[in-house]
Design a protein around this ligand. Sequence first.
Ligand code: CA
Length: 473
Amino acid sequence: MKSLLSVVFLTAFVLADCLHEPVAAKQRWPNLIVIMADDLGYSDVGFNGSTDIPTPHIDSIASNGVRFSSGYTTYTVCSPSRAGLITGRYPQRFGFERNPQYRPADKNMGLPQDEQTLADVLKERGYSTGIIGKWHLGANREAHHPLERGFDEFFGHLGGSHRYFPHELTIKDSYSISNEGKSSRTWIMRDHKPVKVDSYLTDEFSDEAVAFIERHQGKPFFLFLSYNAPHTPLQATSKYLSRFGSIQNNKRRTYAAMVSAMDDGIGRVLQRLKALNLEKDSMIVFLSDNGGPIHNGSRNNPLRGKKGTPYEGGFRVPFALQWPGNVKAGLVIDQPVSTLDIFATMAALCDIEINKEQPLDGLNLMPLLNGNTEAFDSRPIYLRMHDKQAFTIRRGQYKLVIPEQDSQAELYNLNADIGESHDLSAEQPQLVQSLSAQLNAWADQLGTPKFKGLIHTKRRQNKFKKKSGLQLH
Ligand code: CA
């Protein structure tokens, strides 16, 4: 009898190990849902002060958990920012500093194959992994497709933007074209198969997210809900536009409707999680991939700058997280955090061993969320934009900015001057020196861009040269 019991126990232990469940933990590893908006302005959510675009469901993530007032992405445009999130590493380390051209035939025009993704490591831990929406990390079927990069499921588009009305999606085969503009008209892919959709794209993605959660409720999952909204083109249905009759400006009205559609969808996702009793098992992060570009109707006030600039409006984004039962509700955290921290947090929670050749750049957020700010108080946030030779470092309340090649370093105290309007560099030369030294030490570790980008297409190259006076290489 005794030996039989031992066998039963041993079998249970081995089984648990095979299923990659934490044996000693009281609860299972958390589901992770990363909800990313595209080109959403810093102040275009209620929790950051928006008054004309109500976002009650997005706001509920902040009020059920934490609002990060200083949440940063690793880049100021879409694709490198996503490369940082998905690898947990500064993309400048591995030559990913440009929006790629849409080139299905090019294995180098996207996320390098030797970089590990968050989906890779969570899948290895037994998670079901899925991405819904925008990918934008390369269009090559073998090297870049989400199913080759750790995801079990994909429902979305490979390129950087997409049209929202089904009748405008006229190109069936995503691999038949080699042009970013045309890629916005391709059919949606379900895994590798082109499918026709019949609703407004944001609604489609929300429906898919709800279905994904239902399908995978039984074991830990990672869902990357990567809305392309509210990236251009500005397109919304009358259902959402009718909510914003009071906004006179056409762009702003359509943009508001697009954000509202996304908020509705997020509401449905949250509601379904609750109904399935998965709320306490799920960490949900909401954020934007970069700052608002303004031209789509977005606003970053009170921050200076916009998408594509090294000022705060370029890469400080709406950022909130909930995990009821594990993270206190109603927290506001002002210490700088980064999209890099999402990978690092999951790595810590799930005992993931990290490749020493490719160390993570983020920090585990759990100590900070439990009140221990030590590791975060002076943790640096870095940015390099290779083509402009723009650099920044933020440490504590201070930020050093070199806005473009050969320009003088500017110094701002973000606590006193969130709009970066009063340059303190002449008053505090020692601080400039110390921040410059730290920034240079980081920059010395970086590679150079591994592929030419959208910026090298003729039209953009001319625009860049005209604006900056710099020659692209
Ligand atoms: Ca973007």
